[in-house]
Ligand binder design. Sequence first.
Ligand code: FMN
Ligand code: SF4
Length: 438
Amino acid sequence: MTTPRPETLAKLTPVLTKRWLSPDAWRIGTYEKLDGYAALRKALKAHPDDLIQLVKDSGLRGRGGAGFPTGLKWGFIPQGDGKPHYLVVNADEGEPGTCKDLPLMTHDPHSLVEGVIIASYAIRANRAYIYIRGEAVHAARRLRNAVQEAYAKGYLGRNILGSGFDLELVVHSGAGAYICGEETALLDSLEGFRGQPRLRPPFPATHGLYASPTVVNNVGTIASVPYIVLGGAAWWKTMGTEKSSGPMIYSLSGRIANPGQYECSMGITLRELLELAGGMQPGHNLKFWTPGGSSTPLLTAEHLDVPLDFESVAAAGSILGTTATQIFSDQDCPVYATYRWLEFYHHESCGKCTPCREGNYWMVRVYQRILSGQGTYEDLDTLLDTCDNILGRSFCGLGDGATSPVTSSLQYFKQDYLDYIEGRTAPKLSDKQLVGAH
Ligand SMILES: Cc1cc2nc3c(=O)[nH]c(=O)nc-3n(C[C@H](O)[C@H](O)[C@H](O)COP(=O)(O)O)c2cc1C
Ligand code: SF4
């Protein structure tokens, strides 16, 4: 294990994670002692439009994967329309490798609750929902407890802190489907329907929950808001890059000495993150990695110095996504890893559109053939052709995302595929696993 140099350690910028190691960090008493709810008091004295402007000025971009500017999204909510407005927090966190929202809600749920109240005040919503992944029982318990504590202290409910602003906050557990993280499928699920994406336009900003104006934001996005209110837009912009401002929680997993969450200014590189994480595990050399979960094209050891911000990762041919860096070594097989991801996408495909439903089904079959030693050169063309028919032709991002590991692994590691086809690598799957596996 390597020890990080002081200059690399200085790249850690704990903001959203700063309370995580405090004793009883999830309790309201601890939160209040550590600046908790101070931002709310400040925000309630401001005009809601000024809060929207503040978030615009900070350059905050969504932490759920697409990096959409948050202030701009809030500004789309029509005001004075006489309709109820809703804030919905996306706490589904289903992207493989992603582990930042659940630890945040487990260790510091009040920062999310405080962010919800400020954001709801800004967009003039009197009802907010946090849609949390059903399996995340522990995080949901902590969150529900925090919501109860906030009600008891007058931070939620009627006439919050004497401001005249009312807000009801509901924590809703989903049943645990990856597609319910897609914002319109989430809204359908929240309304009690089967979670499947909606046709857009109209967009949630005008026709969201119960056909009313709705903001859907990620946990990390909303939990950032109290810090921006307290610290100001200029302070927030001291971290990160010009177009990707602020700190970001990078979740590191895989063949590294110390997996976990590392909060750093956006634009840190994987080389620096690896140093913070104690380096690769002994005997392992970096071979490939995902910058933002398995829906983002794989990168390789050549990309160790790419700044991990929205623009630079895009320029390197991938997507920053959820900053879930899964790290694989020369002892891992990119063909097998891609197969396992595809099994996930095939299983989680909601079935609404043909390219994703059928394409993922058939790609799993082709991978099984290759991994059982029965693949052909033609299979590689079939995979690329299938991806061509899924990417840009699917109803939602799940289909597009499923093609990322396939096309990128073929781009960088075609030799690994050929080694199975030409018999140099022993089959990873037996015939038994092939028949009736799906
Ligand atoms: C298949 C799929 C799954 C998604 N899962 C999540 C998720 O678990 N959490 C999340 O915040 N966003 C997820 N998203 C992105 C959301 O649709 C949406 O962009 C996001 O919640 C917006 O919040 P933000 O602007 O704060 O990033 C997913 C998108 C797709 C296509
Ligand atoms: S792309 Fe996949 S998950 Fe999305 S609507 Fe189509 S079938 Fe459903």
